[in-house]
Design a protein around this ligand. Structure first.
Ligand code: NAD
Length: 330
């Protein structure tokens, strides 16, 4: 497929295990679960590009024989252009992936999330890649006026991270109708093993260590979704009929931050307390995904209670997690 040519929507065959796949950010939290799934489903070859700014090679420990790992930066055009050759499908997850990190380093966040995304898409176009799946965020909506939030709600980011994801989405849509096809998933608050520094791992870590659970503000109502559901969504967006336009990926149910903290205290039998701090201006306090579009177009059904995998994550954290006491994001 020549770059820039008009393009008819296609359906990648779900079991087309010969697809040549590039996963940017594949050593990170969600990326490593995706890579695990791709290996399990027999996809080959799989290349992972990650600069390890937040990801860890240990996240890929189970897959060394099955993947090609390249330590590199998505802003480096030479590296990205080379890797794009002989690639059919790109999962573009590499990002400065959280609100506080973007607040602390707007330059890195913008250059990675905006320029890096533009580099990935441009190289994908030039190389004739068939589809790019992009992980956007619920942060693009800012604080929405009503819940649940559908994909037609106004884009009104409240912080540099949300702004960078809006721009990333624009990079994906600016050449709509041309190759590569782009799929945009707006992820809610994802949780699961191998994450760190976000609210759920921080609360669990604190509870297990008898330290107070810090809540900023306290009015937050958030949509938590297990990483397994997100990986399903990524696979469906990549392999099914092409869906143009963004799709929310969440549980569709709201959990208050206080409910979350109390649940973790109960599950860990912790007698530690909640420590209250003033709210942080840049943080979005309300999000529940309207999941109707994802259900209709991608067949995404979320039947479980949002925090049903919390106990399993607590067990994993107690055994495996590396403690990180730095708070980076809700
Ligand atoms: N985890 C969530 O709750 C959540 C919610 C909404 C959206 N997202 C998005 O999903 C994607 C994956 O998130 P995650 O939670 O796995 O985050 P993560 O930080 O664990 O993974 C991102 C990976 O990208 C890598 N990376 C960062 N900058 C890079 C660069 N310039 N070049 C190459 N690699 C780079 C990091 O080292 C890391 O391994 C991100 O795009 C994130 O913005 C995540």
């Amino acid at each position: 497929m020549a770059g820039g040519q008009p393009h008819r929507p296609s359906r990648m065959r779900a079991r087309d295990n010969g697809l040549r796949i590039l996963v940017t950010g594949g050593a990170g939290f969600i990326g490593s679960h995706l890579v695990e799934r791709l290996i399990r489903d027999g996809y080959n070859p799989i290349t992972v590009l990650d600069n390890l700014s937040r990801g860890r090679t240990s996240n890929l420990a189970g897959g060394w024989g099955s993947i090609r790992f390249v330590k590199g930066d998505i802003r480096d055009e030479n590296t990205v252009t080379k890797l794009m050759q002989n690639t059919d499908l790109v999962f573009h997850l590499a990002a400065q992936s959280n609100v506080i990190g973007a607040f602390q380093d707007v330059d890195y966040s913008s250059s990675t999330n905006i320029v890096g995304t533009a580099v990935v898409l441009q190289a994908a176009r030039a190389a004739g890649v068939r589809r790019v799946v992009f992980t956007s965020s619920r942060e693009v909506y800012g604080d929405p006026s009503r819940l649940p939030v559908s994909e037609t709600a106004p884009l009104s980011p409240k912080n540099a991270y949300g702004m960078s994801k809006v721009a990333g989405e624009m990079c994906c849509t600016m050449s709509a109708g041309q190759s590569p096809e782009t799929a945009i998933l707006r992820l809610a608050n994802v949780y699961g093993a191998r994450d760190y520094g976000r609210v759920i791992p921080l609360f669990i870590e604190s509870a297990l260590n008898g330290l107070p659970l810090t809540i900023y503000g306290g009015n937050q109502i958030l949509d938590f979704v297990h990483v397994g559901h997100v990986v399903d969504a990524l696979m469906k967006a990549a392999c099914g009929e092409h869906v143009a336009g963004p799709v929310n990926v969440g549980s569709g149910k709201g959990t208050t931050i206080v409910e979350l903290a109390e649940r973790i205290l109960k599950l860990t039998n912790s007698r530690t307390k909640i420590s209250w701090r003033p709210s942080r201006d840049m943080e979005v306090t309300r999000f529940v995904a309207d999941t109707a579009r994802g259900r209709r177009l991608l067949g995404l059904e979320h039947r479980d209670e949002p925090l049903s995998r919390l106990a399993e994550l607590i067990t994993w954290t107690a055994k495996e997690a590396t403690p990180v006491s730095r708070c980076i994001a809700v």
